[in-house]
Design a protein around this ligand. Sequence first.
Ligand SMILES: Cc1cc2nc3c(=O)[nH]c(=O)nc-3n(C[C@H](O)[C@H](O)[C@H](O)COP(=O)(O)OP(=O)(O)OC[C@H]3O[C@@H](n4cnc5c(N)ncnc54)[C@H](O)[C@@H]3O)c2cc1C
Length: 385
Amino acid sequence: MQKQVQQYDVVIIGGGLAGLSLAIQLVRKGFRVILFEKEVYPFHKVCGEYVSKEAWPFLEALGVPLSEMRLPIIDSLLLTAPNGTAFKTKLLLGGFGISRYTLDYELYKIAKREGVVIKEGSKVEDVVLDNNQYHVHYSDGSSTRSEIEARLCLGAYGKRSNLDVKWKRSFINSKERRLNNYIAVKYHVAGIKQPSIIGLHNFENGYCGVSEIENGKYCLCYLTTAAMLKKAGGQIRELEQNVLSKNPVLASVLKQSTHENDFPVTIAQISFSRKTWVENGVLMLGDAAGMITPLCGNGMSMALHSSKMLALFVEQYLKGVIGFDQLVSLYKEQWLKAFGGRMQMGRGLQRFFGKPILSNFFVGLFRLFPLLARPVIRKTHGQPF
Ligand SMILES: Cc1cc2nc3c(=O)[nH]c(=O)nc-3n(C[C@H](O)[C@H](O)[C@H](O)COP(=O)(O)OP(=O)(O)OC[C@H]3O[C@@H](n4cnc5c(N)ncnc54)[C@H](O)[C@@H]3O)c2cc1C
């Protein structure tokens, strides 16, 4: 007898902020939703863990009890150049600190409670679109591959995944050297005291963010090129001692901090190149649709925001009000309107950050003329949603 394949309205690939928040919204609209996440919750993820306040009302509406969690509120930016020149300014909207371990887990618990079918520890290996039906093939650690079927498939699988490689997405082979092949390292640390401030410390070909998260801990997370790590013999400690520590402010932060167990967590092959919205019939959101450079401190709120705009159009599509082409064009139009300018600004900033002479010059300039920093901050951020 043939095994019956399970049927859903929507399948979401990836259970980070974009995927989980979309799943919650769609299940609340009455759809049958299944979400695949290759890891098992709760888990750590490389991220600076500074969330722009833009996302506060949306996260609360989803059911994350932010107001009760006594999270650190961050209202100032401390920017330092590779030579240690420092510039401090108030942030326009500001943000708050929360680890991805906690935030993603909170959303996971809400999604599960509200009826999303969550397949954790399950990696999607391929998606085949046949006769308006998506066949999703996944593996869960056992030797056999399984399949489910859905009317719509959404890709929320983050910056780079096995599916990007399988489908040969254009950014995988992009030659834009300044926007590709970055690595990132994250620690949770104790020993630092800089409440209400996000530190953004530049060093040769990279930058390091430092800000408070829950329970008095700090997140220390840096991004640099794969070439810099190679130059340090592939050794993170060498890199920190010989490159990051050339910035005297960062050297003192690194010296004061003691790492928690389970850290560092690292990732490689990060790309900020442009991405397509649809691939292989799968509609993308969050980092899978385009990743803003981390120095903007805005990727998480954009991932959440993209899920909010998409939920509305997906509902119309599943109810037969609009077709697939219209779904794509409406979403793309809104996405570009909300994020196009910020992405462009982020790419521009990424090009000059990490070049010691330029970063020393600009931080010195901001020190002399603080108001010059305002438009840069404004252009990389949005409004509460
Ligand atoms: C170094 C660094 C620092 C950053 N700092 C900040 C910051 O301070 N503030 C900020 O707002 N943003 C920051 N960001 C950006 C932020 O982390 C991302 O924009 C955000 O995580 C995007 O969420 P997402 O849901 O799109 O992707 P993710 O959170 O990456 O979720 C994708 C999920 O998909 C899963 N997955 C992948 N492939 C598959 C598959 N085939 N099958 C099943 N599951 C799969 C992954 O395991 C993952 O859990 C930073 C990014 C980097 C790299």
